[in-house]
Design a protein around this ligand. Structure first.
Ligand SMILES: Cc1cc2nc3c(=O)[nH]c(=O)nc-3n(C[C@H](O)[C@H](O)[C@H](O)COP(=O)(O)OP(=O)(O)OC[C@H]3O[C@@H](n4cnc5c(N)ncnc54)[C@H](O)[C@@H]3O)c2cc1C
Length: 250
């Protein structure tokens, strides 16, 4: 079977593209690790016209239903694309050894969280260091936590954690948050959130699990004892497989 288009990624971009392709009666295959992507992690979406406020998972289920209405679209979930090759048609191979052919490929594979690169981060990953508040915040009920970062994702994580954790340190390397004003305001109103601006994270401490974080604020080193560190410092495109494609097309 030769598809008209293979879409890599089942986040909002991939799902939305699928609808446009299906409406042109183009046979489309979505290859994706999950349906929803980052949107599935959003606790509350409030900036999409037509929805005053909607939970990310709920929103994505509506998107999935809309896409599934079109018989031109096939979704293969739980697959990781590893390589794209062009030899007349495109051949898209997955890590599981399957391959699929198409006339065109549309890459909508989003991004992956960036790491801080400090001592203790890699060693304590999943032992108190996490990159997803929506996934892991419930594990920190009545615990002391920190969110490192100052953009919208960090603000979203702080707000989620403030409802669960006993205390949230908001560790921000800049003089103020960079996210949307409405979220900044909400964070500033949280009684259990302590904002530490101009703070450089030096180390995440702990043996078998996180026990603290070492930071430098205005030249002074300081250790905060806590149990969970949520890192929200941006992301990198998750399109490494496309490098292969570029070389092979040339
Ligand atoms: C916690 C959080 C809260 C957010 N809240 C909001 C909000 O309130 N409002 C707003 O406008 N935006 C919000 N965003 C941002 C929004 O979610 C993203 O802008 C949007 O999801 C981007 O869509 P996308 O389809 O481009 O990429 P993604 O959502 O990243 O989707 C990428 C897809 O590609 C798949 N994929 C990646 N690599 C591969 C591979 N090798 N093989 C197969 N599949 C692959 C992934 O599984 C995923 O399904 C939030 C993001 C986060 C993390």
């Amino acid at each position: 079977m030769i598809y008209d288009t293979i879409i890599i990624g089942g986040g909002p971009a991939g799902l939305s593209a699928a609808i446009y392709l299906a409406r042109q009666k183009l046979k489309t295959l979505i290859l994706t690790i999950d349906v929803g992507g980052q949107t599935a992690l959003s606790s509350e979406i409030e900036n999409y016209l037509g929805f005053e406020s909607i939970n990310g998972m709920e929103f994505i289920e509506k998107c999935r239903k809309q896409v599934e209405k079109y018989q031109e679209v096939e979704i293969k979930e739980g697959v990781v694309v590893a390589k794209i090759k062009k030899n007349g048609f495109f051949t898209v191979a997955t890590t599981e050894g399957e391959s699929f052919q198409s006339k065109t490929v549309l890459i909508a594979s989003g991004k992956l969280p960036r790491t801080l690169g400090v001592k203790g981060e890699a060693e304590l990953s999943k032992k108190g260091v996490t990159y997803c508040a929506t996934c892991d915040a419930p594990l920190y009920r009545n615990k002391t936590t920190a969110v490192i970062g100052g953009g919208n994702s960090a603000l979203d994580a702080i707000l989620q954690l403030s409802k669960i954790a006993v205390k949230v340190y908001a560790i921000n390397k800049n003089p103020d948050f960079k996210g949307d004003e409405i979220l900044r305001q909400r964070v500033k109103e949280c009684k259990n959130v302590e904002i530490i601006n101009n703070a450089e994270t030096l180390e995440i401490m702990g043996d078998k699990k996180v026990s603290g974080v070492k930071i430098k604020v205005n030249g002074q080193e300081k250790t905060i004892n806590l149990e969970g560190v949520f890192i929200e410092v941006g992301s990198n495109p998750s399109s490494g497989f496309a490098e292969t494609e570029k070389k092979q097309v040339e």
